[in-house]
Design a protein around this ligand. Structure first.
Ligand SMILES: CC(C)(COP(=O)(O)OP(=O)(O)OC[C@H]1O[C@@H](n2cnc3c(N)ncnc32)[C@H](O)[C@@H]1OP(=O)(O)O)[C@@H](O)C(=O)NCCC(=O)NCCS
Length: 323
């Protein structure tokens, strides 16, 4: 049994970067044993150090370090993000690691005192799918908000149901693509997700598509039934996504960045066909893996993407303090 008295927790300082990098490199090594498609270089302490330094040097960053016998055994670093996340502090993928789940709880106990005193009551933590780490945060009042997931290259053929076709989107599809753009934020604004993401107007979405429909860096597909578009999906490089950074951005990965099927057309294989078409495009483009993400409370995407072979790698946990 761990002797609590041996571990001291105090504010993080720049002298702790080397020790924190060692703990992060170890954490990433454990994570990669479950997900070999994640980037290998962060197992190197010097590369991990770059990631921890970035977390520490982020504007407004603060946090804590746990030391035992003169050695860093855990750390927690958070920094605020844009206003859509509320009065927030974010712990990014390189912002937390520890050899012991209980140390994580001690680290948070000290760090959160400052965060809450500063009014940062909306708290977000991106953690590997490590049961003991997730459990430590659950026992600190956090819940699961978002999943990041990965899969290897798709090597099959897309099985298109009878009566359905799938093709690249063209300029003539702009009207329907704009309507489909509203489907996801509307769905996620409703129960049980209640996301605060803004729903654009159709006019705004049309204007966006007018500019971007020919962009060669995005592959947009539509599925049709009887000549009517029922859904769309977009593939691109993962580098286009600001939500997947650092340890959570595998090298040379494709990204399933968007998919939507009109409510009345769901449940007939359109989502699978569109998703697999993006997977096939990613394989043909030479990506080594494909990443996607979803709101855990989105009852549709959280069921669809695992069926297409995506395995969760990181979870974003969330705690809202005050009630
Ligand atoms: C996610 C979405 C695109 C899926 O499209 P869909 O046409 O309903 O999906 P499909 O009928 O092709 O089903 C795909 C797979 O997921 C499963 N699935 C889909 N919805 C499900 C549900 N509600 N419950 C259980 N399984 C479900 C299907 O069984 C199927 O698996 P299978 O082929 O192994 O049987 C669609 O539901 C949607 O537009 N949702 C709202 C917007 C959204 O969440 N987009 C995703 C952005 S992250």
């Amino acid at each position: 049994m761990r002797d609590m008295a041996e571990v001291g927790v105090r504010e993080f300082g720049s002298g702790d970067l080397g020790g924190a990098a060692r703990v992060l490199a170890e954490r990433h090594g454990r994570h990669r044993r479950r997900h070999p498609l994640l980037r290998g270089d962060f197992e190197d302490v010097e590369v991990a150090r770059v990631a921890v330094t970035e977390a520490w040097e982020a504007e407004g960053a603060s946090g804590t370090v746990a030391v035992s016998g003169g050695e860093v055994v855990g750390y927690l670093l958070g920094a605020p993000k844009g206003p859509v996340w509320g009065p927030n502090v974010w712990v990014e993928a390189a912002g937390v690691a520890g050899r012991d789940a209980e140390v994580i709880r001690d680290l948070y106990g000290v760090a959160a005192e400052r965060w809450v005193a500063e009014g940062k009551t909306a708290q977000y933590v991106l953690v590997p799918d490590d049961d003991s780490l997730v459990d430590a945060f659950f026992r600190l009042g956090f819940g699961s908000q978002h999943a990041h997931a990965i899969r290897g290259p798709f090597d099959g053929e897309v099985a298109v149901p009878a009566g359905m076709t799938v093709r690249r989107a063209e300029r003539r599809d702009i009207g329907v693509l704009a309507e489909l753009d509203l489907v996801l934020p509307k769905h996620q604004g409703a129960s049980p997700v209640f996301s605060a993401g803004e729903v654009p107007t159709v006019e705004e979405a049309v204007a966006d598509w007018e500019e971007s429909v020919d962009d060669p860096e995005y592959a947009t597909f539509v599925a049709e039934v009887n000549g009517r578009v029922i859904g769309s999906a977009i593939g691109c490089s993962l580098e286009k996504s600001s939500a997947h950074q650092g340890l959570a951005r595998p090298d040379n990965a494709g990204f399933l960045g968007f998919a939507a099927v009109f409510p009345e057309d769901r449940g007939h294989g359109g989502g699978r066909v569109l998703g697999e078409t993006v997977l096939k495009w990613c394989a043909a483009s030479g990506y080594d893996s494909v990443v996607t993400d979803w709101r855990v409370a989105n009852l549709l995407s959280s069921r669809t993407w695992p069926r297409l072979g995506f395995v969760p790698t990181f979870q974003r946990l969330h705690r809202l303090i005050g009630y």
